[in-house]
Every structure is written in C-alpha cells, then in structure tokens.
Design a protein around this ligand. Sequence first.
Ligand code: ATP
Length: 118
Amino acid sequence: MDNISAAPRVLSFQLLNEITNGFSKDMKIGAGSYGNVYKGEHKNGEMIAVKVLHSIPGLDNEQFAKEYQNLASLQHENIVQLVGYSHETLGEFRHHEGRMILVETIKRALCFEYMQNG
Ligand SMILES: Nc1ncnc2c1ncn2[C@@H]1O[C@H](COP(=O)(O)OP(=O)(O)OP(=O)(O)O)[C@@H](O)[C@H]1O
C-alpha cells in the first residue's frame, strides 16, 4: 500500500486488522450507533479512522454502496474525508453439533481521514 490518504479505495480487512492492532482496545477511539471507531496507524506513519460497521440486518450491499457513494462525493473542509472502505465476506469453519460448518460473516468498514481532536 502506498498512500492510504489519497482517493477513496478498497482496503483489505486484513490491512485494517493490522493497522488497528487487531481492532484492539488501545486503538479504539469511539463508538457510534453504526459501529466502533479505531485509530489505524500505518507503518509509514499515516493515520486513519476506521469505522467497523455492526452487522446490521437489512443493510444490504446496495445500501452500503449508496452510503459509500454519498460519503465519497462529499468534499468540504468541514466534512471529514472518506479515504476508503472494506467489504468482505469471511468464511470460517466452526464445530457445530459434532460436525464442521462454514460460517460466513460480512465485514464492512468505512475509513476516514484521522481528526486529532476526534
Ligand atoms: N475521522 C475521525 N477521526 C478521529 N476520531 C473520530 C473520527 N470519526 C469518529 N471518531 C471518533 O469516534 C466517535 C464516534 O464516531 P461516529 O462517527 O461513529 O459517531 P456518531 O457521530 O455518533 O455516529 P453515528 O451515530 O452516525 O454512528 C467520535 O465521537 C470520535 O471521537
């Protein structure tokens, strides 16, 4: 990854996991109604705010895309800039009633420029 604060882009959930130290308590900077917000610190020193959206029943891909589009099109000095997003389905094998089942979870995150004063 070269420059995470340029145009909005796809960021892998794995990368977001790395730059937030596994979404650790220490990196948590807030919580809103849609999810928790973490500070993401890239090794080149860049910082972003990573909002991991709660799994919201009914929030389908189309709604997420609309939300992304709205945020991405806003450019104003008083509006925090969207720098990227992540939308991935992770499959994980788990034991369930004596057999292995594949559980799929959708991971969604919106990433913004980091504001020092919250
Ligand atoms: N870009 C950012 N830079 C630094 N801190 C942020 C940023 N975005 C959010 N935060 C921190 O996380 C907290 C929660 O932010 P969030 O946007 O989720 O809250 P909110 O305005 O209550 O949103 P909503 O209710 O729409 O989910 C903020 O109060 C702030 O402290």
